[in-house]
Design a protein around this ligand. Sequence first.
Ligand SMILES: NC(=O)c1ccc[n+]([C@@H]2O[C@H](COP(=O)([O-])OP(=O)(O)OC[C@H]3O[C@@H](n4cnc5c(N)ncnc54)[C@H](OP(=O)(O)O)[C@@H]3O)[C@@H](O)[C@H]2O)c1
Length: 297
Amino acid sequence: MERIALVTGATSGIGKVTARALAQQGHRVVLLARDLRKAEDTAAEIRRAAGHDRVETLACDLGSQAQIRRAAEEFKSRHDRLHVLVNNAGAIFMKQSLSPNGIEQTFAVDHLAYFLLTQLLLEVLKSSAPARVVNVASAVSMLGHIDFDDLELKRRYKGARAYANAKLANILFSNELARRLGGTGVTSNALHPGGVASRFGHNNAGIFTLAVKLLRPFLISEEKGARTSIYLATSPEVEGVTGKYFVNRKPRRPPREALDESVARRLWEESARMTGIQLALTEVNAGPDDTRREAST
Ligand SMILES: NC(=O)c1ccc[n+]([C@@H]2O[C@H](COP(=O)([O-])OP(=O)(O)OC[C@H]3O[C@@H](n4cnc5c(N)ncnc54)[C@H](OP(=O)(O)O)[C@@H]3O)[C@@H](O)[C@H]2O)c1
């Protein structure tokens, strides 16, 4: 049976290598990207590398919740199966800027987009089980903190802090998703890809871009950076493994705050509120006396 994978941020860096590897392993791959021309060029390149035509594009700027909703609908109109979702697209914004929804961009693109896209595709993931959600986080999550009084750093914005917080949010989301998906056959894991010589950070100007360029010789290749994503998306070794954080294809203890279930639960609720998800998935592996139910989005 054909396996279908959706990779966000597949026009560059780790996402592109991941999408290519999934296609080479025989998946039908859907490349979600904001720049459709770039996406079409990438799709053509991946079709050539994989030796088959089952590579599609899906237009979506992940800063826009309306576009995420449209993309999820478009995906579901094309396919009734999804076996692998790789939430990979990310960016750092050294200057504070807002998404079309009026939400700080780092929080919107790096965290809320993972949350919303996954929610909208949950039913199709569950009906395709065994299925996997792979969330690309970062080791900088160790510098992050979730301050529920100021999730978007409205008081005092710092780009590096916003990014570290969002990457911590990725792990909290991944773990909470794993808990809520218990028993469904859909797994959720997060990872740090390593310091990768990709285009990451290039959307910023000045000293930050210069620093990123100076760091390049010390960074690993995009191919190496994508290894853990590909491993979590496909390896039989991690079949059924869920709620873990991986570095170098090995489970690692994430930062302490990432393991705080009360923070994860509250972040889930806040994220549902900020994305207009009315009835977020509640815990499905609850005991028989538990009245909590799984609800649609
Ligand atoms: N590079 C590292 O050292 C490093 C370390 C730890 C974690 N990570 C994480 O790894 C992931 C991939 O990063 P990378 O290093 O491969 O960076 P990259 O080369 O800059 O690729 C980022 C991808 O995300 C896409 N993207 C960014 N904003 C988007 C938006 N609003 N809507 C749709 N797509 C968007 C980009 O699209 P465009 O092509 O249109 O720009 C690109 O395809 C990110 O989540 C990042 O946080 C990277």
